[in-house]
Design a protein. Structure first.
Length: 144
C-alpha cells in the first residue's frame, strides 16, 4: 500500500504538467498581422482613349472567423486620379497596415478591394479579394 501512496505525488505532478501543456496549446493566440498593399499601373495608358479616364480604389480588410462571420477592421478609399498618374510597378504606391488582435487559430484576414474606373461619366467597377496567409505578414498587389 505504501508503494502506491509514494507514487501518488509523482502522478499528480505529471497530471498537472500535462494539463498545463494542453491548456496552453488550446488557448487563443492573439497576434498582430502586417499587410503591405502596393498599387501601380499595369499598362502605360498613353493612348488618347485613356486621357479622360480615372481610377479610384476602395480597400476593405476584414477578419473572418471559423464560423464565416466577417468583421471590418480597416476601410480606406483612395482618391480618384488619372490612369497615367499612377506609378509603375517599380515606384508603386505602398501602404503598410497593421491589424492587431487576430486569433491565429480561429481567424484569418481578407483584403477586399474594388477598382472604380470612370471614363467621361461611365463607371466600371472591378472587384477582387485576397486572403492573407497564416504568416504574420502579407502582401497584396493591386494593378490598375
Amino acid at each position: 500500500m505504501n508503494k502506491y501512496i509514494a507514487w501518488l505525488p509523482a502522478l499528480m505532478i505529471l497530471g498537472t504538467v500535462m494539463y498545463t501543456q494542453v491548456k496552453k496549446s488550446t488557448e487563443s493566440q492573439l497576434v498582430s498581422k502586417n499587410i503591405s498593399v502596393a498599387v501601380y499601373k499595369g499598362s502605360d495608358y498613353v493612348s488618347g482613349a485613356y486621357k479622360n479616364t480615372s481610377a479610384q480604389i476602395h480597400i476593405v480588410i476584414e477578419k473572418v472567423n471559423n464560423k464565416g462571420q466577417h468583421t471590418i477592421v480597416w476601410d480606406s478609399m483612395m482618391d480618384a486620379k488619372s490612369l497615367s498618374k499612377y506609378p509603375s510597378i517599380e515606384n508603386a504606391l505602398k501602404q503598410n497596415i497593421t491589424i492587431h488582435n487576430v486569433n491565429q487559430k480561429k481567424e484569418y484576414l481578407l483584403v477586399d478591394y474594388t477598382l472604380i474606373y470612370n471614363s467621361k461619366g461611365t463607371e466600371l467597377q472591378l472587384h477582387d479579394a485576397e486572403v492573407v496567409k497564416d504568416s504574420n505578414s502579407g502582401r497584396v498587389d493591386i494593378s490598375i
